[in-house]
Ligand binder design. Structure first.
Ligand code: CDP
Length: 310
C-alpha cells in the first residue's frame, strides 16, 4: 500500500486540504509502538545524547571549552570563570521522564479544551514563554516544567531588560518552578539578553531555573532532521523540544502543532492560539516538520493531538 508520506516525500508537500483529509481519515486511531519508541530514543541518543548534552552544564562545558554557535558561522564563546559559574552542574531533570506533553503554540489549540489533558502529563514543555492567562487555561492548561525563551522575546517584550526587570520577573511567575531553556549561545545577538534574563531571575527570590541550550545539541538535532528530510534554515522551537522529549521521555504527546491556516472543519484559524503573527516563510519549514511528526504519529512513536480533546 502506498502511504501518504511516500507519495509526497521530502519537501514536496501536499496541499493543506489533503493534509486535513489525511488527519481526518486517521481519526483518533493511535497504537503505541514500543519498539519504535525505543528505536527512536536510541537514534536520538546516538546522534545527540540529550541526557548529557541538551543544556550547557559544568560537566559538558568546563572552563576553556569553545561553544560554537549553532545559528552563526564561525562565532564562538570560550567558557571562562565568569560564564562557567552560571552553568548548572549537570542535567537536572528527573530521568527517565514518564508521560511528556510538548505544547506548540498553534491556533488549533484555541477552543480545543486540551488544558486538562495537558496538565495530566508528568512533564510539560512549552515554547517561547506563551501566555497562560485565565482565558487560555481551558485550552492549554496551567502547568509547565520546561519552557523555552528566545532571546528575541527578551528584547522585544521586555525592552532587553535594560529598564525595569519587574515586569519580566512578574510575568515569569506563570511558569511556576519550571526550567527556562534559553539558546544563549546560538546567535551572537542573543547572548547578552540571555545573560541579562539569567541575572534578572537569580537576583530575586525565584523558583525558576535557567538552563542554557547547548549549541552542540541543537546542531546535532538539526543534522538529524536534515537527514530525515526537513529542509529549513532553522528548525522550529517545537521540533527541538519534541526531539528532546523523544530522547528523554517514555511517552510523548504533542499539542498545538498545526501550521496550517484552516482547522479540521476547514475553518480559518490563527497561527498562534493567542495571536496571528506569522513566521518568516523562509526561516522555518513547519509544514515539513508536521509531515515528519505525523509520520511518527502514524507509526505509534509519538502521539499528536490535533483538534479537540474530549
Ligand atoms: O519560535 P517559533 O516560531 O519556532 O515558534 P512559535 O510560533 O512560538 O510556536 C512554537 C512551536 O509550535 C513552533 O516552533 C512549532 O513547532 C509549533 N507550531 C505549529 O506547529 N503550528 C503553528 N501554527 C504554530 C506553532
Amino acid at each position: 500500500v502506498l502511504c501518504w508520506f511516500y507519495v509526497f516525500p521530502g519537501y514536496r508537500l501536499p496541499p493543506d486540504k489533503d493534509i486535513v483529509a489525511e488527519v481526518l481519515r486517521q481519526g483518533d486511531v493511535w497504537h503505541k509502538n514500543q519498539t519504535g519508541i525505543d528505536l527512536y530514543r536510541d537514534l536520538l541518543t546516538k546522534c545527540c545524547n540529550p541526557k548529557k548534552m541538551f543544556a550547557v552544564t559544568k560537566e559538558n562545558s568546563p572552563i576553556g571549552k569553545v561553544l560554537w554557535y549553532d545559528g552563526e558561522i564561525y562565532h564562538s564563546h570560550t567558557v571562562n570563570s565568569e560564564t562557567y559559574q552560571l552553568f548548572i552542574k549537570e542535567n537536572p531533570l528527573p530521568l527517565p521522564l514518564k508521560k511528556c506533553a510538548v505544547v506548540g503554540n498553534g491556533g488549533i489549540l484555541r477552543n480545543s479544551k486540551c488544558g486538562k489533558d495537558i496538565d495530566q502529563a508528568d512533564f510539560i514543555m512549552r515554547c517561547n514563554l506563551p501566555p497562560l492567562s485565565r482565558e487560555y487555561v481551558e485550552d492549554v492548561g496551567t502547568k509547565t516544567h520546561l519552557v523555552t525563551a528566545n532571546p528575541s522575546i527578551i528584547e522585544k517584550r521586555f525592552q532587553n531588560l535594560v529598564w525595569s526587570r519587574k515586569i519580566f520577573v512578574d510575568s515569569m511567575k506563570a511558569y511556576g518552578s519550571s526550567y527556562i531553556y534559553m539558546p544563549a549561545f546560538s546567535m551572537a545577538p542573543g547572548t547578552d539578553p540571555s545573560l541579562r534574563a539569567y541575572f534578572a531571575l537569580t537576583d530575586v527570590p525565584s523558583n525558576l531555573t535557567m538552563l542554557f541550550a547547548n549549541p552542540d545539541f541543537l546542531l546535532s538535532v538539526s543534522k538529524f532532521w536534515k537527514a530525515h528530510g526537513v529542509h529549513a534554515r532553522r528548525l522550529s522551537t517545537g521540533l527541538f523540544l519534541v526531539s528532546l522529549a523523544m530522547g528523554l521521555c517514555d511517552e510523548v504527546t504533542t499539542y498545538g502543532f498545526w501550521p496550517f491556516s484552516v482547522d479540521l472543519d476547514e475553518q480559518p484559524i490563527s497561527h498562534h492560539y493567542y495571536d496571528n503573527i506569522l513566521p518568516y516563510k523562509w526561516f522555518h519549514a513547519m509544514p515539513e516538520e508536521f509531515v515528519q511528526l505525523w509520520h511518527l504519529h502514524k507509526s505509534g512513536i509519538l502521539r499528536m493531538k490535533v483538534g479537540h480533546c474530549s
